[in-house]
Design a protein around this ligand. Structure first.
Ligand SMILES: [Zn+2]
Length: 154
């Protein structure tokens, strides 16, 4: 009789430490967010489009963006979703609490959309076109999580 090899699966937690270089523009963006709670975009010198998060090159003109501009902090919801299905959050390794709101926000003075969490304490208030502003973390660390979520103003 052949020996049966049994598959054993263990569950547990393990660290996955890694570093991610955000680049010159990403560093300035996150440093301003952490130190000054300022949202810095960058303007194309040819067409004037303001990108946030900042991009080194304008996607339309293929010109290097060089002019930093402060945008927001208020903006409008361009589109959104409410996530209701639980999943394992790759940032934490734990199940992400649901439901939560996720939106595309166009800051005042910007031409692109910025993705982040949006409050849903009252889901009926979350609509395309509502005005929002960021709620910053008390202790900021230079990550996108220095913005906790966007609060609905309308
Ligand atoms: Zn351009």
């Amino acid at each position: 009789m052949a020996e049966i090899e049994r598959l054993v699966i263990h569950s547990g937690e393990g660290g996955q430490p890694f570093n991610y270089a955000v680049g010159l523009h990403g560093s300035k963006f996150l440093t301003e967010l952490r130190d000054n709670k300022r949202l810095m975009g960058i303007r194309c010198p040819a067409c004037g489009k303001v990108y946030i998060p900042p991009r080194r090159v304008c996607g339309a003109c293929f010109v290097e963006n060089t002019e930093w501009v402060e945008v927001g902090p208020k903006g409008v919801i361009g589109t959104y979703t409410i996530v209701r299905y639980a999943f394992i959050d790759p940032e934490t390794g734990h199940q992400k609490p649901v439901p939560y709101g996720y939106g595309f926000i166009r800051f005042d003075g910007a031409d692109t959309y910025f993705q982040h969490f949006v409050e849903i304490t009252d889901e009926s208030r979350l609509k395309i076109g509502v005005r929002v502003e960021p709620v910053f973390a008390e202790e900021r660390k230079g990550t996108i999580r220095d913005i906790l979520y966007f609060k609905i103003l309308d």
